[in-house]
Design a binder for this molecule. Structure first.
Ligand SMILES: [Zn+2]
Length: 184
């Protein structure tokens, strides 16, 4: 994922709060990361007066934010994945978080599940949907009726999965509209 990051960029969901603050005298970024009452809190401090319009600065900011999310994913997302995996007896081998924008999640025939670390931009109900979607692929490697029935069973009943799927698509669209990098 490559977002257009401005000085007022923030994440504020029920899972994570992330803010950027410019600080005088700072030469490198510093992230303060913590979990407070089950919610992630990230404060990223940046050198004062950095040029947000600069392409290199944008690349760097994206990396700084991605690395911050990389710290949070195993702490905020994996516990939810484990819980669903146990509740629905859908066992995976390994979970990996990657800096990708092509998809929110994927599942391999080796029963490894992968998620974009940018999934933490989404609120918990959409994160949970993506987790349940990929866990269901452990059993159904397609998008058959049986697959959707499996996800429905985890999401509250018939039809629930496709409603959440639509909501996740809307969320992705909004995200692109808001943060898609504008061409220079
Ligand atoms: Zn799928």
């Amino acid at each position: 994922m490559r977002l257009q990051i401005s000085s007022d960029f923030s994440i504020n969901t029920d899972l994570l709060s992330l803010t950027l603050t410019e600080q005088a005298g700072r030469t490198a970024a510093q992230s303060r990361m913590a979990i407070e009452n089950g919610r992630g809190k990230a404060e990223i401090y940046l050198p004062e007066g950095i040029k947000f319009s600069d392409y290199q600065v944008q690349e760097w900011l994206n990396k700084v934010i991605a690395e911050t999310l990389r710290w949070f994913c195993p702490r905020l997302v994996t516990p939810r994945l484990l819980q669903f995996s146990q509740t629905y007896t859908l066992n995976y081998n390994r979970v990996t978080y990657k800096d990708v924008s092509s998809r929110w999640g994927s599942c391999s025939s080796k029963k490894n599940v992968n998620f974009s670390l940018w999934i933490l931009l989404a609120p918990s109900h959409l994160v949970d949907y993506v987790l349940k979607h990929e866990l269901s692929h452990l059993k159904h490697l397609d998008h058959s009726a049986a697959f959707w029935a499996e996800v429905d069973g985890m999401c509250g009943g018939p039809g629930a999965a496709k409603i959440l799927d639509k909501a996740m698509n809307e969320f992705s669209k909004e995200l692109s509209k808001k943060f898609l990098r504008r061409r220079r």
